[in-house]
Design a protein around this ligand. Structure first.
Ligand code: FEO
Length: 399
């Protein structure tokens, strides 16, 4: 059954949610599902903006047909060629023979890589600030390279002041009947999954996001329609402020995120003790995560939130505990920078993990080590309490 909703009188959301998917990109857990958003603009000319993932094709095509009624689409605007949005291009072309494909030069390069159907006759190549005139709606294009693929672009409806923002401003989570973020009891409930989405999917490309935010600041935006998650027509200042922080790698909060790997509980015990000392010392919002248990995408999200990070890990095979090694390598790959850091190492006969973690962090930008690694030999001793207090004080001084 069709399930469509108006964004405005002439812009219709035709997307769908998927709650069966376990791992987005076959990597990131999506326990609350994910939505794939697509939009139809009904005007003298009719445009569809992006398509949807193959997992929701049946619902998506029904929605598009319902939104179109007896109209035929003139254009399919392809803002992003990642398969979670482009999977239905060929099927739409089959159904709507007169429909033109609108993209930039990179869009069509990728389209030819993913698809074999004849597309040359349909292609309309646009560039920055070109206008596509639908009648009442005049659309223009904002290139957004590497947010987060090279061909990514945004479409701005100058008439209704709507920014179709591709992956930017998106979130994990199925829509649960909600279309607009302000239909949640508290729109900030979206915050955690938005950050996890941003930090893991787009986090590496802060500089490119900054470039797009600069261009967006020149636009009068009333509504943001992303390709995942809720549509934003309120609280845009809050949303843009978050993107400003995340894309400059500025912490959201002055607080501490502690990450530990622990085989038998001794390193975990010290991580918990340190957390208790920090909270007793006045820190708020402290998190403690087991890197072996919590999926790395949540750990990455914690890092984008907190100003000060503690990494605690055993030595393993004369190297770094693999789960911690993987986590820190992921942070480096995502260009994480500008954090204060403390290290706790454990090694029963030859502690190495502190030195290795320090080396990895030194290769990242502006990751300041607050002290020499706090060393455990198997388990913490009462005689080390003073040294741990000193570490807690050094961390508290950063907040
Ligand atoms: Fe939602 Fe970059 O695809």
């Amino acid at each position: 059954m069709q399930n469509i909703r108006p964004v405005t009188d002439s812009v219709i959301w035709v997307g769908a949610s998927d709650r069966r998917l376990a791992l987005f990109e076959n990597m990131f857990p999506v326990p609350d599902g994910v939505s794939y958003n697509s939009y139809v603009i009904l005007d003298e000319k009719v445009a569809i903006l992006d398509t949807a993932d193959s997992s929701v094709t049946a619902q998506y095509l029904e929605n598009v047909a319902a939104a179109l009624g007896d109209r035929q689409p003139d254009y399919l605007i392809v803002n992003h060629m990642e398969p979670d949005h482009c999977a239905n291009i060929e099927e739409l072309c089959r159904r709507y023979p007169g429909m033109k494909l609108v993209g930039n030069s990179k869009t069509f390069g990728l389209m030819a890589q993913f698809y074999d159907f004849p597309m040359e006759e349909r292609m309309i190549t646009v560039k920055e600030r070109d206008i596509l005139d639908l009648g009442h709606h005049k659309l223009t294009f904002v290139m957004a390279p590497m947010v987060h693929w090279p061909e990514a672009m945004m479409t701005y409806d100058t008439t209704e002041k709507i920014l179709f923002s591709a992956d930017a401003f998106g979130s994990f989570g199925a829509l649960d009947g909600v279309l607009f973020s302000d239909e949640h009891l508290d729109f900030k409930a979206l915050h955690g999954e938005m950050r996890r989405y941003y930090s893991n999917i787009v986090g590496k490309y802060g500089m490119q996001v900054q470039a797009v935010l600069k261009k967006a600041s020149a636009l009068d935006i009333a509504v943001i329609c992303p390709l995942h998650g809720a549509v934003w027509r309120k609280d845009l200042g809050w949303l843009l402020d978050l993107y400003q922080k995340w894309s400059t790698y500025a912490p959201e909060e002055q607080t501490v995120a502690i990450f530990y790997g622990s085989m038998y509980g001794n390193t975990a015990s010290v991580a918990d003790l340190l957390a208790a000392k920090l909270v007793a010392g006045g820190a708020r919002g402290v998190t403690v995560r087991d890197v072996s248990k919590t999926d790395v995408s949540y750990l990455v999200s914690d890092v984008f939130r907190a100003s000060t990070l503690v990494f605690a890990a055993p030595t393993y095979n004369n190297g770094l505990y693999p789960k911690m090694a993987n986590f820190i390598e992921d942070l480096a790959a995502l260009n994480v920078q500008n954090r204060r850091c403390a290290l706790i190492e454990n090694g029963s006969w030859a502690p190495q993990s502190g030195k290795i973690m320090a080396g990895k962090l030194a290769e990242m930008k502006d990751m300041e080590l607050l002290a020499e690694p706090f060393t455990l030999r198997s388990a913490m001793k009462e005689s080390q309490m003073e040294a741990l207090d000193k570490l807690a004080k050094a961390i508290l001084a950063t907040l």
